[in-house]
Design a protein around this ligand. Sequence first.
Ligand code: PMV
Length: 354
Amino acid sequence: MMENQTVWSGARNGERWSAMAPSNIALVKYWGKRDPETQWPANDSLSMTLNVARSITTAQKIDGPYDVFQFSGQTFTSQTSPQHKVFKQLSRLKSLLGFDDNLLIETQNTFPAGCGIASSASGFAALTLAALAAYVGQDSWDHLSILGFDRNRLANLARLGSGSAARSLFGGYVRWSAGSSHDQQIIQPVFSADHWPLTDLIVVLSDEEKSVPSSTAHLAAWASPLFAPRLSHLNKRLSNVTQAIANKDMERLGEEIEAEALEMHAVAMTGEPRVNYFLPKTVEFLTWMRGERARGKLPAWFTIDAGPNVHVICEQKDAQSVQKYIQDFWPSAKVIADGVGNGPRLTKGNAVHD
Ligand code: PMV
């Protein structure tokens, strides 16, 4: 897929547009799709938008016969890598919205990609925003909305690249409702970041890329005998989680999100094909965490996305001591201290300021 190691040097013919989009961590996971083509999820989900784990993407129109993507010192083009997920998303946007400009896309992440820290969420949110801004020549949310691209529409476009990207279009706590048909999906914030500034200590036990992409695992879920029971009580789970956030009830929230994450992984492990994202270290960490919590030492709860790394959720007042406690016991693990954030930014030019 790689073209070369050099910086692309073709002719650029437009302004640069920059988007910053944060990752998000699902407290109630999206797992399984009713329809992969339209990215219609099997269930409603709810996430916390992060702040530190971000993708920063710039888009610029270019004079040239194809789209170009630069990431991590590598250059790709839509001519030679048409199956690359970035080009598939650009070509979707072009055909759905009627644009025909080719773009130079440059991206960087503030965290390791492909290991369960939802790089596809921040990546596709930032890509969709930056590309849209470049196509229409606008960086103001109001102007985008006047042109027909309000946030819900942008979120619905972003999810076509990666489902979880939809929720990264908003700050705070965000719900993605599956709706009664694929074109009735609604993504909206349910609480602002200020409502309850929770901390997410991302414990990176391994930064190796996961062996099974989530797109494969979403399809495998239907064969699991645990999938139907999971779906049957997810609405109750969602309402419990929403209530716990409303009441700022950490213990209640913690118990719900741990059970929820383990259920998702149980479905993954019993689907067809069977998918296991846990490493031995993951299991060791979870066991240790629960033990320390039971001893009153660790007021924190976990959730885990499609990867081996653990998101440790706690209240801001406990964050420093929880982080120190983890680092003392797990000196080889990298801990990214993150927390609920305000959502994406879009600007003309290079820099995306807070
Ligand atoms: O957006 P995808 O297709 O990479 O799926 C992500 C699924 C989870 O991250 C595990 C859960 C979620 O809701 O974000």
